[in-house]
Write a protein that binds this ligand. Sequence first.
Ligand SMILES: [Fe+2]
Ligand SMILES: [Fe+2]
Length: 199
Amino acid sequence: MMSQDRKPDEGKAARVSAQPGHVRNEAIEEMIRVDHAGEYGAVRIYQGQLAILRALPNKKELVEKLEHMAKDEEIHLARFNEIVNERGVRPTAFAPVWHVAGFALGAATALMGEKAAHACTAAVEEVIDEHYKHQVDRLDSMGAAEKPLRDTIEKFRLEEVEHRDQAIAAGAREAPAYPLLSGAIKAACRLAIRISEKA
Ligand SMILES: [Fe+2]
Ligand SMILES: [Fe+2]
């Protein structure tokens, strides 16, 4: 996900970091920035879904399921909050947008019905799985120094895959207009990823 306008090594040269033990690396800062933004978006999606579903009757089981997934996202976000601070990464300027858009996506899909809410989870997690897989491969090629970050992302990736599988098992693919809904959500997530890496 490199921008085309950047020359290969420009901007990626190691700079001395304020934090001992880490050289600053723009590619890694982009990874941390986008993951931090993504986990924030995930928390907001679940908050949006839960705001609707808690107000509806007979949704106790679903609410509990979503609360469990939301808890995982809060843990992911808390860890990325720490990493952003430890490594002095500038957070995305788009946080206020993801604050609103994440919640709106969650609320809108929950209003469409239980299966649409699961379709939202499945679509988001599918994109995140791809995204994290790509990052793990890149970090693997960077050697031992970035192993802790690589392991954190891999651990989170496996949890996202679990969320996706749970959503599919709960009937995500039976949501009305599933291919259209899923395609639109995935496209929006991929766009959000590209924006949050750079901005
Ligand atoms: Fe997450
Ligand atoms: Fe997740």
